[in-house]
Design a protein around this ligand. Sequence first.
Ligand code: PEP
Length: 257
Amino acid sequence: MPLRPYIVGNWKMHGTRAMLSEARAIDRAAQRHMKVEVAIAPPYTLIHPVHREAEQIAVGAQDCHHEEGGAHTGDISANMVADAGGKFVILGHSERRENHGETDAQIKAKANAALEAGLRVILCCGESEKTRDAGRAVAHVKKQLNASLPTFDEQPEDLRERVTVAYEPIWAIGTGKTATVDDIAEMHGEIRALLIKLYGEEHGGEMRILYGGSVKPENASEILSTPDVGGALVGGASLTADSFMGIALAAGETAEG
Ligand code: PEP
């Protein structure tokens, strides 16, 4: 059975306890859209409160450290995310790469640590506008993924569910610009081929590849019906239940065909 469309909200550095009512509304609405897997990644401080209240949606983190513990002021390990009720972690987001200088090697170490801690991983990749204009978008994304996707001595049976890739062109994040359907289809096709090469048809052929970058209820149907798009990673439009669940609704309709 193919996996359900995966609609994941990245709240970034937005949200105090006042936002819990929005998480509750998302959770209630998700119970009416069981054909779609809905999840949110709020700031660390809200992981446990959302986990305590949510019945349907999964809650996750926006990053984690690759070590289990130690002298790393301000950091949080994958085990701590899991202990707070987190089920997944977003890794390698372009804002982490840009603001914190994260490298592909560090992201790979984090991905391995997260899987070890029992979390699912959403691994982000994407090119800058300059790289796309230079015609190097596909090569850049493949290089990022080759260097940052987790490796296994023995692949777990549920690997296709545990590793998700999110293609997010940097120039489309928070800008209102989206990639064209042809560009999305080309990139997702290239990523699919790479996943099959790395993990085999059984896992790589089924792993979800999300698109991220200014996804909204108005453009969700078109994006989500593009070949090899298994869902969306959503920033701004995930902050209210209305807009976020508008995207989930589009995902459900697309899945039904
Ligand atoms: C993101 O930050 O992952 C993202 C896709 O943001 P937005 O939807 O706001 O472009």
